[in-house]
Design a protein around this ligand. Sequence first.
Ligand code: AMP
Length: 550
Amino acid sequence: MSVKSIERTPSAYYNPLLIKNLLDNPVRQFPDQEIVYGDFKRLTYRELGERIGRLASGLAGLGVKSGDTVAVMDWDSHRYLECFFAVPMMGAVLHTVNIRLSPEQILYTINHAEDDVILVNTEFLPILETIRERIEPVKKLVLLNDTGVTPATTLEIATEYEALLASGDPGHTFPDFSEDTRATTFYTTGTTGLPKGVYFSHRQLVLHTLATRAALAGSGQGRLNQDDVYMPITPMFHVHAWGVPYIATTLGVKQVYPGRYVPEHLLSLIQCEDVTFSHCVPTILQMLLSSPKVEETDLSRWKVIIGGAALPQALARQARSRGVDIFAAYGMSETCPILTFAQLKPHMLDWDEERQLEIRCKTGLPIPMVELRIVDEEMNDMPHDGVSQGEVVVRTPWLTQGYLKDPRNSEQLWRGGYLHTGDIGVIDAEGYLKITDRLKDVIKTGGEWISSLELEDLILKHPAVAEAAVVGVPDPKWGERPMALVVAKPGQDLEAAAIRAWLQDFAERGVISKWGIPDRVLFVDAIPKTSVGKLDKKAMRQQYIQAIQG
Ligand code: AMP
């Protein structure tokens, strides 16, 4: 196709889309706006800007240069927000380490991402101590410490975060560079057991921020505006807390970072800091609403996006009864993450509560710049009739362009030029997507993935096991929990406790997370297989879920 390129005046500046462009305005326009870190610290946007400069120049003093990777292991904090900006703005890559992975998986991600420096909260030092000998090469460690007490550790600490900032330059200048520079990376647990790295450029994060901000702007239901107070309740290591800290910063709103998630503390922050906007997985909301403290918390001004798993209507109803403006969103690690929001269209605002609730619990409408299709195996579009199912495939400017150093899985993700989500859904006549099933063989419990294949591998290592399969079964608290089906070798008298103890041993050695251990282990004569001899997970789910639910 022949097109006419724009002409560039020799002196014209072709402004790359960089994360630093998101920061300058709010720091200038809302210098006195507050950022709160739990009960530990309060700072202003002015200080945020200065601390970002100090952090970058401090890191540069430690030897960090463009192209290096800086890892963070922290709870949600103002420090994390500072890293969201300072590290990419230096031209370095921010690796947000998923501290909920097992120590072995964390080790894998640190080595795979080739981290140069690790900023580590005192609480996570024991994890690094167990894997230190196998971290290649040895990294410089910066301590993030809220206790005021120097921790006893055998690790060599280069410096402490506040000391690093004190030595840095608040007026540090950040260079321009290509907008395609990698800004962030983090890992998602896939079907194979080994975490897969996804990555996002400055351009992608800027466009994701602007488009998501546009989708949340305005006066309808489910909005984030300048008078809101924002508090994330999805971890900052997980897809940049869905990118909302970037959006909140561009808006110049008050931000509250809660540290470790403790339901009573979260509720007290909502109450004391007047939090009006959050996002979380269903399990966390369930915990908040079940806490006795909820009785003394006014949630009537609270807007909350639920994602990471489907929003159950019962939970939405419970939240609505407390006046919460609740609605679902959908996306995945690979998609930066936002693809859809289940906001009500203007004409639906007159509908009765139950009809509205149904919309709030759908998977949502694609936000600006998202092309979302449901397709059959030949990539043909399925009708938008609310019943025809297809795989959700997408294009938008902010999708990971592959998995880090993994061309085979990257091609698989992007086959046919669309990113394959592995989710099955329907689209109704109003354009709302509803996820109905999943192609990928993984289990999501409390917002975290468990690889069924890895669990199967470990169970099969048990000397008395002939065959094993692991499937996810619905759970009212965690969304899903793994269930193992086991065929014992002839003559072996196996019990569920033996399998659980076997897996417990792997959990204690850091191979799997402790929540990977199935609650239920069923002994069966044979495991259902497909016509080509593969484990038939769909059949298993149907058969055994029915059996469990009686
Ligand atoms: P993650 O990469 O951990 O963010 O997980 C993304 C996956 O979580 C998606 O591919 C879906 O399988 C699931 N998911 C996220 N949001 C929703 C939703 N609103 N409804 C149903 N499933 C969801």
